[in-house]
Design a protein around this ligand. Structure first.
Ligand code: FAD
Length: 381
């Protein structure tokens, strides 16, 4: 009997756990998930929470109850460090041993890399941050705004939604101050491809959103944002996604990676540790870190781990990196992009009223029904 421990219960961890439990039904292998949080947070809907369109109960569900129904062990504990040499996970509450490990701990927000970012800026990366922004918005009287994402962020999409949603919020309240958009890419929304980038620029022009591209953020003060090109932008409200890096708890597996991400092969197995797989934002792949990519990687990791368990000679699954994204522009309009990132296999962009509806439906299915968390449905392509 093997004990498979999954660290983190976001999109990657939950997907891997459900898939393993389904495939291991009737065997004596044990699956245990560890997460510091008692709840799952459906992060793609946090922009809606920040702007008051959804309450927290629409984007969260209880992890212990979910795993109890599934017959999967769940330990709520903060992981502090790992000892791959003796196969031990050290948590604040005690140690957990494993035979096979899947690391799915997401990303850490490196506020300390930009002076003033923690104190003077908002973001929508977590539920507490989305609620903090909601409170600030309700008290805000107007003035110039800076929205965007910092260097080393690999999830840019939400900042576009924030900028467009904020413009709507301002128009409804008769505010016409400038919105400045900052990001480190030399070409707007480059991972989504030329057509999607050009469309976004057109939207920005229509909404008077002024883009400052190809810049890093040096510092944030109560009333300004300082950029790496020397520019200082006045800001009465700053909403910036903080730099990403791998979480401290996984440092022992990072082997000197400059951002503490974990390197894997395309089979999602750690290149350093044969009993460890990695999925989701914790991986070292370049390009977008998304729920979509996290779930696809988790499926590949779970399937290949099962082959290891049974010493099967079957062909191992290989992960194909791609982005898939729906952006909600408000007023019922939206855009869907799906792009292969390691090949030209799939390049698709569509605009239409069905996309925001599809995005809302997906959130509802994920949070409120067993479709993903019990039946183990894959993220639709
Ligand atoms: C506002 C916003 C909008 C987004 N929109 C989209 C979208 O439309 N489409 C899309 O595909 N993606 C979107 N994303 C990206 C997506 O949410 C992430 O890529 C995804 O959450 C990554 O999944 P993950 O499982 O790797 O990590 P996470 O979901 O971050 O899960 C990591 C888990 O690990 C746990 N953990 C971390 N450290 C510890 C520790 N030390 N001890 C114990 N537990 C720990 C955390 O509590 C968490 O539950 C969006 C993100 C944001 C913030």
């Amino acid at each position: 009997m093997a004990k498979i421990v999954i660290l983190g219960s976001g999109f990657a961890g939950l997907t891997a756990a459900v898939r393993l439990r389904r495939r291991l039904r009737g065997t004596s292998h044990q699956v245990v998930v560890v997460d510091k949080s008692p709840t799952f947070v459906y992060r793609p809907a946090l922009v809606e929470v920040a702007f008051g369109h959804k309450p927290p109960s629409d984007v969260t569900f209880d992890l212990a109850a979910t795993y109890r129904r599934l017959g999967i062990g769940f330990v709520q504990a903060a992981i502090e460090s790992l000892r791959p040499d003796i196969k031990i996970v050290q948590t604040r509450e005690g140690t957990i041993t494993y035979d096979k490990l899947i690391v799915a701990l997401g990303e850490q927000h490196a506020y300390e890399e930009i002076p003033g970012l923690r104190e003077h800026a908002y973001n929508v990366c977590s539920l507490p941050e989305a609620l903090r922004l909601n409170e600030a918005l309700r008290a805000w009287q107007g003035g110039p705004v800076v929205v965007g994402w910092a260097q080393f962020v690999q999830t840019g999409g939400p900042a576009f939604e924030v900028a467009l949603e904020l413009r709507r919020w301002m128009v409804q309240r008769g505010l016409h101050d400038p919105i400045h958009f900052v990001d480190p890419l030399s070409t707007i929304w480059a991972p989504a491809g030329h057509e999607a980038g050009a469309f976004m620029q057109q939207l920005f022009d229509q909404q008077a959103i002024i883009r400052h591209g190809g810049v890093h953020i040096h510092a944030v003060t109560p009333d300004s944002v300082q950029l790496s090109n020397g520019e200082v932008i006045a800001s009465s409200l700053t909403i910036v996604t903080p730099p990403f890096r791998g979480v401290n708890a996984q440092a022992a597996l990072a082997h000197g990676h400059p951002r503490d991400w974990l390197e894997t092969g395309r089979d999602m197995k750690s290149v350093h540790h044969p009993d460890i797989y990695v999925a989701g934002s914790a991986t070292a792949f370049d390009g977008p870190k998304q729920a979509h990519t996290a779930m696809r990687q988790a499926e590949v990791a779970a399937d290949n781990l099962l082959l290891d368990l049974t010493h099967s000679p079957a062909r191992r699954r290989q992960y194909e990196h791609e982005m898939s994204c729906v952006l909600d522009f408000g007023r019922g309009r939206g855009l869907y992009v799906r792009r292969s990132l390691w090949s030209d296999d799939h390049q698709e962009m569509r605009i239409g009223r069905q996309w925001p509806i599809a995005k809302s439906l997906l959130a509802y299915l994920y949070v409120k029904t067993p479709v993903f968390k019990q039946w183990g449905a894959s993220m639709p392509n």
